[in-house]
Each structure stands twice: as C-alpha cells, then as structure tokens.
Design a binder for this molecule. Sequence first.
Ligand code: 5AD
Ligand code: SF4
Length: 435
Amino acid sequence: MGKKLFIETLGCAMNVRDSEHIIAELSTKEDYELTGSYEDADLILINTCSVREKPVQKLFSEIGHFNKKKKRGAKIGVCGCTASHLGEEIIKRAPYVDFVLGARNVSKITSVLHERGAVEVDIDFDESTYAFSDFRNTPHKALINISIGCDKQCTYCIVPATRGDEISIPPELIVQEVTKAARSGAKEIMLLGQNVNNYGRKFSDGRKGIDFSDLLNMVSDVEEVERIRFTSPHPLHMDDKFLQVFASNPKVCKSMHMPLQSGSTKILHEMKRGYSKEWFLDRAFKLRDMVPDVHISTDIIVAFPGETEEDFEETMDVIDQVRFEQMFSFKYSPRPLTKAAEMTPVDPEVASKRLKRLQDRQTEILDEIAAAQMGKVFDVYFEELRSGGAVAGRSDNNFMVQVQGSEELLGKTVPVKIDNPKRMVLYGEVVQQEV
Ligand code: 5AD
Ligand code: SF4
C-alpha cells in the first residue's frame, strides 16, 4: 500500500511549483500519495519561505507541533528558502527533523528521504535541465519554471542567498513541458522565474541569443495554449521589445506585475533596484498607452532603512499616478545575509503608520477601479468552484470574476457581463454560454 505524504507550502508561486515537483517525484518514484492530514502522514514536508521574518519564527513552533502529533515513525523534512538559509541549524534546533532540502535542490528529494540528517542546500547546484516527473495541483492551468535563481542583488532581499544565481531553463524543455500541460487541458500557462524578463542571460550550456520576448512567442506558438501569464518581471528589463510583444501577442494576458518597491529614486538606489521613479513611471504610462485595458499590479516595501517622510510621499505619488489594479504591500523586514540588514531601521511606529496610509489610499483607488468595471464584458477562463453554486475565474486582464453556474463552466472561456463589481471580485452573468 502507498505511503502518505502531507505537504504544507508557504511563500510564492515558485514554491507552489517546487511542491508540485516534490509531489511528482515522490509519487512516481517512491509510491507516496497525498493526504490532507499530517496525523496520518508517513512523511510531513514543510516548504518554507524566508522573504520576511515572521514565517521563519513560525517554522520552529510548527515543526514542533508536527513532531508531537505525527504518526510513530513518520519523517519530517524542511524544504524551501528557509531550509536553504538556515541549513544545518534547523536540525540543531529541532533534532527530530529528518532532512533539510534547499530551494535549489528539489530534484534531490528522493535521495535525502533515505538519509537521516541529510542537509542539501547547495545554492550553486544546477537543476536547470532536470526533467521532473509530472504533477499539477490544478487541471486548468499550469505553472512552468523558466529559470532558477536570481542575478540581482536588491539589498533587502534574501532570495539570491536561498536560490542562488540565475540560470535559464533551455527553451526546448520549456516548450516541451508547455505542450504536454496544454494538451492535457491546462490552457493557461504561468511562466515562472524570479526575474522572467531577464530570461536568456545564462544557460548552463553557454548558449546565447534568445530573450524573454522570443520565449513568449515560442510558447504562444503551441496551438493548445490559450493564455500565457508570467511572474515576476523586473521593471528594469521592461525594454520596448518586451512591451511590444506583451501588447501585440494575443495569447499573452494583459496583466503585468511591476514591483515598484519604492517611489523614491534615492531609496531605489539604496535598494539597488537599477531604475529611477521616472523610468518606472515612463514604463507604466507606455504600457497603459499601448494596452488600454492593462491590469498593473505591484509590490511595495514601506520604511526601508533611511526612508524619510519625503521619500514615502514619492511612493504615494506613484500610487496616485499609476493607479495599480492590485498592490501587495509590506513593512520592511531586515533579513540575514542582506546588505540592508546592517542599516539603521525606521521607527516601527512610523513604519506602521506609513503602511496604513498607503493601504487606505490603495483601498480607495481599488473601489474606484472596481466601480468603473460596471457593465463591461470580459472573457473569463473559469477554473474554480465556489460555495453557493458559484464559479470563479479570471478575465484576460486578471480581474477575479464570479458567476452563478456549475462545473460545466470549468476549463472554458466565456464572456461575462459585470453587474455587481466589488473590490476583490467582480460579480456578473454569463452572456452567451458555449457548453
Ligand atoms: N522586507 C519586506 N518585504 C520584502 N520583500 C522582499 N524582501 C523583503 C523584506 N526584506 C517583498 C518585495 C518583493 C516581495 C515578494 O516581497 O516587495 O517584491
Ligand atoms: Fe518565494 Fe522568495 Fe519566499 Fe523563496 S523567499 S519562497 S523565492 S517569496
């Protein structure tokens, strides 16, 4: 009989995909099947994130809890970014942990499993050409890695220390995976990388001559693919060629993540982001010009060390000028192995006030944006059943849209007229049902 695997996934889409890879390897090579209950599991994995401080503290209490409640003889493994950065320390602090598997060592899951005390956290390990077994959490869309690691050195960010330097995955492997996923029903493809529009900078076989715009066109040539999304691009690499392909390729969804981080050129410099406020605004306005319905999302860090009231006002100014359709905002959190951790922090009370001001303003903007969607018709790709006989999906430009309906809508793209737009969800009715 198969053994049972419980896996908890924290953090970003990259981690979600890493977990899918882990599940794929363990189910095809080690006869594991998934369980939703850690008390029944023979193997408990936690795939961690270390981008901010809180989840790291939570980790140790959580694995302590797993250890108390687990079945006799069950194993516990810690994977992901916190595994990369704490390494052996995890086993020193929590000796009941069986193995530690870093974010760039996912393909070693079937070997660490059989080696008590194994710590595999090499951030130079190259798994860019490793062919993982197949598993996806959702049938209608597929996450596909296009690169591993990150070549930037943003001074607040721990990721280069947990996922190592950037290597692109060969395009033929990506196209092969995309084709397989799309043929099995995943009409929407999400291309994943720390810095997707830097694609092609370095391959492990040394080849050159292909960039992210070329890759987008190659992926869109796969007939069964209907929609292409990607995360995350970097504002610095948003050159005209990229914006042009984004705007003109009909399969590329009109939704762009533009992580601003700060609106102050001075702070952007301290963060080593490589662009100025003006460059960011220029790219955002150009995008809005080229693609009138474009949905732009962003990430903001408030109270980076040295951020003055004036710097913060610059961020507020960008928020008002660009009017992002979605914003993820965070208080700066000092991380080990980063340059900014040595800088003098902003008073925590000031930081909280700034975050609140930013979020309050964004809420107003979102309400206005939602209200402006009234009566519009969007093509919605349905992917999720909701309670109360509802089905949800996304418009091409990434609004969450919900209608009354059944599973017949799942996996289909259907026009929906919005009659009740809310901040987080636009409610509407199917215009013409092709079932
Ligand atoms: N503190 C706060 N937020 C951070 N992020 C990354 N590092 C930190 C940090 N040290 C945010 C950035 C990034 C998102 C994934 O997390 O905004 O874009
Ligand atoms: Fe993803 Fe960054 Fe968290 Fe790692 S640290 S899981 S790359 S968000």
